[in-house]
Design a binder for this molecule. Structure first.
Ligand SMILES: Cc1cc2nc3c(=O)[nH]c(=O)nc-3n(C[C@H](O)[C@H](O)[C@H](O)COP(=O)(O)OP(=O)(O)OC[C@H]3O[C@@H](n4cnc5c(N)ncnc54)[C@H](O)[C@@H]3O)c2cc1C
Length: 432
């Protein structure tokens, strides 16, 4: 047991907690340490496909939207790597996803309060002492150490969602898009590859497979339950819904209404970026030159409800729901793009009696990102808050604003000014 009592212990170091760790470096009043089970920072490594871009402007880096003068800004990263001129001539706001990862790794290497290769395995609250005890396993030695903390911040992100129908098969052949790059060689050797789902990750995997078909002529199929391979709403006025103003507006609704609103916002985050669709269309066209049977199928309106092993291949049971028509399709490799779900660590349940839960078993969250609890020591949450704070909760651009609010709350003063209005439009009729 380390006898020191930290002001803040962070669980998980994805971009959200890394941003908090970076902002805290200039705030000596808050003594913090952050843990992550991975050996080093790595942002969705299976999807760091060459040519993929960040879906937000580079200004949504780890610090700029809180403090543009912070040394951990993306522009300072470029300056330190002597890449400012190439970036200046590039004239783009949407940086490569691989570059965002490299930038975050640069920040991580500079920070003293981040410990990688350490998994948080348990939490306990000592009522008499008024602090938490965090059990942390060193992933190399397997030893468990204990750290004391007045407050916690959970930034455990999300995990790939693999529906039951796709579980229990060889992970070489049936896998989630999150593993795409690890399994790309397997795809190259397959006679047929099928991608299921029409979100951004599925589209990026399909685009990559389509690119490589000239050299690796597998049969390629893309199936979605949706009515079309639809594009995300990305217009400037629409994306103002990823603003603090919209978070505040959304937060004030009763939970039932929030669930209803959230369920109607698919177009904001579930579709495909229009530039990815354009790339795919161009590649389809290229593939079709002097090629009567392209061996590429795109099937919409079709739900996959089961797959079965059939010798060396898989039989996929499909249902065209509008025609009520069942059919099967065979494929050697099945790539499942069924999204992610919040990774709520199981040990949070050990503090269950202190936390308020809603009738769907979700924790209740205060406007300033603290769990609603009956004890004075806070648990701030960065992940699993879409139900309380809305569609922007997983957006990189809002994470920095959230960290401003968390830091202000920890300090008990407005270190970072918070304004009532940030964007042009009003959501709230009272502000009209
Ligand atoms: C492929 C992909 C691309 C995306 N692109 C964008 C984009 O361009 N723009 C955008 O706004 N959003 C994007 N998102 C959404 C969002 O920004 C990311 O999911 C982002 O990574 C969320 O950050 P995070 O810090 O919550 O979690 P994560 O990045 O998921 O990190 C969580 C960390 O917690 C660690 N962890 C979990 N449990 C423990 C434990 N018990 N102990 C120690 N460590 C633990 C994990 O190892 C992990 O490193 C993307 C999402 C995906 C999947």
């Amino acid at each position: 047991m380390d006898n020191h009592v930290y002001d803040l212990v962070g669980v998980g170091i994805g971009p959200f907690n890394l941003s908090l760790a970076a902002l805290l470096e200039d705030i000596p009043e808050i003594d913090s340490v952050f843990f992550d089970q991975k050996p080093h920072f790595d942002w969705h490594p299976g999807m760091l496909i060459v040519g993929t871009r960040l879906q937000v402007p580079f200004m949504a880096d780890l610090v700029t939207l809180a403090d543009p003068t912070n040394k951990y800004s993306f522009l300072n990263y470029l300056a330190q790597k002597n890449r400012l001129y190439p970036f200046y001539f590039l004239q783009r706001l949407d940086i490569p996803r691989r570059e965002y990862n490299d930038y975050c790794q640069w920040v991580e290497n500079e920070l003293d309060n981040c410990r990688f290769g350490h998994k948080v395995v348990d939490l306990e609250y000592l009522e008499n002492e008024g602090h938490y005890v965090v059990s942390v396993q060193n992933m190399e030695t397997e030893e468990i150490g204990q750290y004391q903390a007045k407050n916690l911040v959970l930034g455990t992100g999300s995990s790939p969602r693999l529906p039951k129908a796709f579980q229990g098969f060889s992970s070489e052949n049936v896998f989630h898009t999150a593993e795409f790059l690890d399994r790309q060689d397997r795809c190259r050797q397959a006679k047929s590859v099928t991608v299921i789902g029409s979100g951004q990750s599925s589209a990026e995997a399909f685009r990559e497979l389509l690119k490589e078909r000239m050299e690796h002529p597998y049969k390629l199929t893309w199936i979605t339950r949706s009515r079309s391979f639809f594009s995300m709403e990305e217009s400037k006025l629409t994306v103002e819904q990823f603003s603090p103003d919209y978070v505040n507006y959304f937060y004030r609704f009763p939970q039932e209404k929030k669930d209803e609103i959230f369920a109607s916002q698919d177009l904001l985050y579930k579709g495909i970026s229009s530039h990815t669709i354009t790339d795919i269309y161009n590649l389809l066209y290229e593939n079709s030159v002097s090629n009567e049977d392209m061996n590429v199928d795109l099937q919409v309106l079709t739900e996959v409800h089961d797959i079965k092993e059939k010798g060396d291949t898989y039989e996929i049971s499909c249902h065209q729901w509008e025609q009520n028509h069942d059919f099967t399709h065979e494929s050697d490799v099945v790539i499942v793009g069924t999204g992610y779900h919040p990774n709520v660590p199981p040990f949070i349940k050990s503090l269950s009696s202190y936390i308020a839960w809603d009738d769907k078993g979700r924790y209740e969250v205060e406007p300033d990102y603290r769990l609603r609890m009956n004890i004075p020591n806070q648990i701030y949450v960065q992940s699993g808050i879409s139900h309380s704070h809305g569609v922007g909760s997983t957006n990189l651009g809002l994470a920095v604003h959230r960290n401003k609010i968390i830091i202000n709350h920890l300090l008990g003063e407005e270190k970072f000014p918070i304004y009532d209005k940030y964007v042009f439009q009003n959501f709230d009729a009272e502000k009209f």
